[in-house]
Design a protein around this ligand. Structure first.
Ligand code: DQA
Length: 140
């Protein structure tokens, strides 16, 4: 059974409450329940932190044994050289995902410090971006 983890960064614990016109009405915990049902042939885990160092620690922890990381680093995507370095340091492939289409938004969201270290980037499909991220590791 493939081992895949979804890692969410800052403010994504507030999904469903936070700016619903951009991020939707559903909490991630609820969405994750459905995702696990749909991918019951996958060992799917979920981790969220608002702290850059904790995200890096988790990437190190899983990055030599898991089959894939689906990473939405939130605003750290646009600021964190350190998370980019962590992705480069590990063996496990990482897919960067975003709920919103960051390219349709403010210009500071157009640049990612992570994308160059990732297998690919998925953005703009709402919570379905995460399903597509998981799917990418299964068809690989
Ligand atoms: C986001 C986009 C980021 O620009 C923003 O800072 C987030 C969420 C998304 O999923 O659309 O926190 O990563």
């Amino acid at each position: 059974m493939k081992k895949i983890i979804i890692i969410n960064g800052p403010n994504l614990n507030l999904l469903g409450v936070r700016e619903p016109s951009i991020y939707g009405n559903q909490s991630f915990v609820k969405f994750f329940e459905t995702l696990k049902e749909n991918y019951n042939h996958v060992n799917l885990e979920y981790f969220q932190s608002n702290h850059e160092g904790e995200i890096i620690d988790k990437i190190h922890e899983v990055g030599f044994s898991y089959d894939g990381i689906v990473l939405n680093a939130g605003a750290y995507t646009h600021t964190s050289v350190a998370i980019g370095d962590a992705i480069s340091a590990i063996d496990t492939p990482v897919v960067e995902v975003h709920i919103s289409n960051v390219h349709k938004r403010e210009s500071f969201r157009h640049h990612s410090y992570l994308a160059a270290h990732c297998t690919g980037v998925i953005c703009g499909f709402g919570l379905n971006s995460y399903s597509l991220g998981v799917q990418s590791f299964l068809s690989a």
